[in-house]
Design a protein around this ligand. Sequence first.
Ligand code: SAM
Length: 314
Amino acid sequence: NFDKTSDHGVAETAYDAIHCKISAVKHGYFDDAFVECFEKKSTRRIPLIHRGYYLRHLAIEAVVDLFIQNRSTPIQILSLGAGFDTLFFRLIKNNVQNVSMFEIDCSAIVNQKIDILKMNMSKLFGNLFKCQEEMECFSATSTTSKFITAACDLGDLNTLEKCIKQHGFNAELPTLVLAECVLAYLAPLARSSLLQWASSTIKDATLVAYDPITLNSSFGAQLSSYFKAKGCTLRSVHSTIQEQEKQLIDLGWGSLRLYNMNAIYSVLAQPSERERMEKLEPFDEYEDWISCNHHYGFTVANNGGNLGSKVIQA
Ligand code: SAM
């Protein structure tokens, strides 16, 4: 019943994410030498948006770095709803070796990404990668690393597993499962099936997820109508951080940490870094910032390990 060409009305969000990232990079919030390959025209976003993307970037970078340091190579990254993410190119630029990236998204985004990759081959891959294009799938392989982007519906787990295995995904290898602002767009059953599939299929999986969360269901309803007005459907938004904790444990992620983004800022940004970031643009929407940060959550979970379960709010 699945149609990988269906974007469930959410593909457009990938364009919004890359535009916001470009604007945040241009204003000095974080470095990413590759975002501009993915979109040439971008309009300036407001400081509140820049700060949100800054925190999201900070959190993901920190977990990816930790994951790479703590695992012996080779490692895999399975990026669910990858959109125009540039993580693989940043890792290669930083000389990370032995990494295989499997990116999944719907056809509209993957086809667009393939066109962009082909137009920016030397900037993105240098000259060490051999590339191959198939139907709605593009791969680039060097002697140590591999990048695949393929079209698949995240609700179609049989096809997803077949597709990544066919391209060399090894469920025995330590794998970072990245879902940056994706899980909330899936229908609740598709979301839980996907998370259960990942925890039961991959031997040593670390889930990293960034999503809207809610403090109560009336805020959840408001957020849903806001996204509906923008033309997209936010389906799993009604869960609070505590509900997410319970769901993840039930789905096989025994070991987890859930943070809201205020906690991320206090845990991850050192005083000198805060001073640098806070000086970038005039800003006086502190109440809005604290409130937005309360309504976005960052999850790090493992299907083995011993992180223990903990909800961290600030
Ligand atoms: N992770 C990227 C980032 O943070 O820049 C993109 C995030 S964007 C908000 C959500 C992405 O999830 C979109 O690229 C969308 O096409 C993808 N997506 C949502 N539901 C999907 C589904 N059922 N199958 C495949 N991709 C899906």
